[in-house]
Design a binder for this molecule. Structure first.
Ligand code: SF4
Length: 316
C-alpha cells in the first residue's frame, strides 16, 4: 500500500491532488513507446541536451523487447498487486519526444492506451518537446482526452534563451510559451519541467523560470536540481571540475524562491530528481524526496511565506 506522507501546507503537491481528483491513490506507470528525439537524430541537433543520458531519460523497455501493450499490461498487474486493486494508474510515455513520430505511429500508441481506458487507468501523460508538437498530434491527443484525461509534459528547463543554448536544448522560451498556449487551447492539461542550478542560470534564473511558468498558466510543474548522470555531456565537464552542482541547503533556498513565484494553484508534480543511484554522479544528497519536501516546508515556514506569495500579478 502507499506509504503515509505528511501533506505539506505551504505548497501544493501532486499526491493529495490526485487523491481528491480520482478518489484513490494514483501512481504513474512509465512506458517506452520507442520514440526518438529531434535533438539527437540531427533534425534539430546532435548529441542531445547536455544533461540527458543516451537513453533519453527513459525506461529502455521497448529496447529490451517489450512492446507497449505488454509493458502496459505488466505494469497494471504489478500496481494492482501492490495496491491490492485499490489504486489508479496514469500511463506515462516518458522516453524521448513522444509526439516526434508519424501520425500512424501516434495512432498505434494511443490505440493501445485507449483500449485500457477506464479503471484502473485514469489518465495518460505524454512527454515531448515544445518544438515537436504539431497540430495533428494535438488533435489526436484532444480526441483521446474525451475518453481519458491527457496531460502533455513539456520541458522548459530554464526561462532564458542564453542558458537553453548553452545546454544544447535547441528551442527557445518563446517556443515553449507557444506550445503551452496550444496545449491549453486544445483543452489538455499541461505540465512543465524546470531544472534549478543549470550553468550561468543562478538564483535569479530560478526565480525567472518560476515567473514564466506562472504566467504561462501550466497546471503542473516538475522541478529538480541539476543532476550529473553518467553517459551525458555534463559528466565529462563535471569530472574536469568545470561544472558545479548545488548543495542541498542552496537547492532548498532556491526551490523556496521558485515556489514563492509560481501561481498559487499550480500543482508541484516533483520537487527533486530521482536518478538511479548507479547512474548518478552528483549531487549525491539528492536521493531522498521526503527530505527535500520537509526541508522546503520548513524553509517557507521560516520565511513566513507560501506558494504564490511573489507570483507575477497576472498569475495570482
Ligand atoms: S532531454 Fe529530451 S529533448 Fe533533450 S536530448 Fe533528452 S530526450 Fe531529447
Amino acid at each position: 500500500m502507499t506509504d503515509p506522507v505528511t501533506v505539506p501546507t505551504r505548497f501544493r503537491t501532486l499526491r493529495p491532488w490526485l487523491l481528491a481528483a480520482f478518489g484513490r491513490p494514483v501512481h504513474r506507470l512509465a512506458l517506452d513507446a520507442g520514440s526518438s528525439c529531434p535533438n539527437r537524430d540531427g533534425t534539430r541537433g546532435h548529441g542531445g541536451c547536455a544533461y540527458c543520458d543516451v537513453e533519453g531519460s527513459g525506461t529502455g523497455a521497448l529496447k529490451s523487447g517489450l512492446d507497449l501493450a505488454l509493458q502496459l499490461e505488466l505494469g497494471l498487474e504489478r500496481l494492482a498487486r501492490r495496491e491490492h486493486g485499490a489504486g489508479g494508474v496514469i500511463a506515462y510515455l516518458q522516453s524521448y519526444s513522444n509526439t516526434y513520430v508519424s501520425p500512424a505511429r501516434l495512432d498505434e500508441v494511443l490505440a493501445v492506451i485507449e483500449a485500457r481506458a477506464g479503471a484502473p487507468l485514469v489518465g495518460l501523460s505524454v512527454a515531448t518537446r515544445p518544438d515537436t508538437l504539431p497540430e495533428w498530434a494535438l488533435a489526436r491527443l484532444a480526441r483521446l482526452h474525451q475518453r481519458l484525461p491527457v496531460w502533455v509534459e513539456l520541458g522548459l528547463e530554464a526561462a532564458d534563451d542564453r542558458v537553453l543554448a548553452a545546454i544544447n536544448r535547441l528551442h527557445t522560451v518563446a517556443e515553449f510559451e507557444d506550445a503551452v498556449a496550444r496545449v491549453r487551447g486544445a483543452g489538455l492539461v499541461c505540465v512543465a519541467h524546470a531544472i534549478l542550478g543549470l550553468p550561468d542560470d543562478g538564483r535569479a534564473g530560478a526565480r525567472r523560470t518560476a515567473e514564466v511558468l506562472a504566467e504561462s498558466g501550466v497546471e503542473g510543474v516538475k522541478v529538480h536540481q541539476l543532476m550529473v548522470l553518467k553517459k551525458t555531456q555534463f559528466a565529462a565537464r563535471w569530472r574536469e571540475g568545470a561544472l558545479d552542482v548545488l548543495d542541498a541547503p542552496t537547492y532548498v533556498a532556491w526551490l523556496a524562491d521558485f515556489v514563492e513565484r509560481l501561481g498559487p494553484e499550480q500543482i508541484l508534480h516533483r520537487l527533486t530528481g530521482d536518478a538511479a543511484e548507479d547512474e548518478l554522479l552528483a549531487p549525491r544528497w539528492s536521493l531522498d524526496k521526503n527530505d527535500v519536501r520537509a526541508a522546503l516546508e520548513a524553509e517557507l515556514e521560516h520565511r513566513g511565506t507560501r506558494q504564490g506569495e511573489f507570483a507575477p500579478l497576472r498569475a495570482r
